[in-house]
Write a new protein. Sequence first.
Length: 481
Amino acid sequence: MTEEAKSELYRLLPQVGELLESERFPELQARFGRELVAEGLRRELAGLRDGVRVGSLVESSLAEAVAGLGASVERRLDERLRPSLRPVINATGVILQTNLGRAPLSAAAIEAMVAVASGYCNVEMDLEAGERGRRDVHVEGLILDVLRGRGAFAETVGRAAAVVNNCAAATFLALNTLAEGGEVIVSRGELVEIGGGFRVPDILRKSGAVLREVGTTNRTRASDYAEAIGPATRLILRVHRANFRIEGFTEQPSLCELVELGERAGVPVFDDQGTGCAVDLAEYGIPGESTWVESVAGGAALVASSGDKLLGGPQCGLLVGSEDVVERVRRNPLFRALRVDKLTYAALEATLRAYLCGQEETLPAIAMLRLSAGSVRERCERLITELAGDDYVAEVVPVRSLVGGGTTPGASVGSFAVALEAGGMSDDALATRLRGWEPAVVTRTQGGRVSLDLRTVFPAQDAVLVEALRGVAAARKAETL
Ligand SMILES: *Cc1c(COP(=O)(O)O)cnc(C)c1O
């Protein structure tokens, strides 16, 4: 193309200023603001200028691109402003997965959050007295009532509860409050990494306490703890084995034994319980998991647990214990630094109310745990029927859904999954495409197939899932034509 012809083409490129006034650009500016639209146009026009320079655009293709400027700017801005945090469909069958945000909230919890988020609220105001109030009183009574209702203790008198940002914060705060400058006795079998960089020895060191390890990885006796108690001992720490299991030649004193030992020696026991489980997992065929309720009943001076694991609520850390110990925690300046916001209190209150009113099934995590394998199977079969003719080979297979969320790795319930193969795509390729869909679908791969366990898919999402699968198949087909 001659330089002259190129100059002709350059003349066809509109000015940013005039574009902003024309056709659909006022509409885009209303959505994204003038700056972003102008910047987007400048970038698009620069691309077209380059196209002319290297000769990849002729008059007709340039005219087409200019006519499509609105659409391309919109596409670019939509992509740029797409939320980083997006809802996903969890077809992994892992009910509580930290990567996927742990417990989904109940409708009541969401409603409570919306109610306090959309205006002012009495987060730190005593409305009766018209004076400043404490934020953590909003849920304290409820936490204690739920625990009493489940038999953790007979009387709430002398007991207290406080809420912080998460269980790691609760543990750190407990160690710092009760053991800074002194020794904490821990079994070598509990010097664990919970995940996400939460390592018991590191948290302990940062809390200002000195670690005193006792026993061995597989066996620690009450006498090991007893022998380690000395003038510097401030605390006995028990850590729930959240993500691993020790089998075979093992021994570990019960929490009650530790509490008895501590009482004799005048040393409090702190239990990092983790799961916040307030239901009996044995009812769902998962024996041997200790619960939050049992921990509190065990008589530890302080128990820490997560709000967004098996409790089924928002991210937070619950500290429950004797009134004097919890009061010391509250007076620690770090308590202020680790406090939770009004939205967390709102969601936690609604979550705890469900336990109090016997409506645990309104909590999605508990409802998923309770789903019968048969009902999951029916939905899997329906999904396969819907997919017929979409280039998939699908089969319903028995699987085990994992509870996750700090229960032992073996904690699982029988379930069913759709095992999928797509013509011309590996299992990994299919899984990647599903994650790239909007909404993203997260799956597991098993035996060369993509596995969709519908236990963790909300029934209302079944249709969206079918659409995603059809969309992925159609996109793949369009590419190969
Ligand atoms: C999960 C867990 C933690 C960390 O809880 P977060 O709420 O994620 O901070 C700490 N201790 C135990 C035993 C846990 O199971």
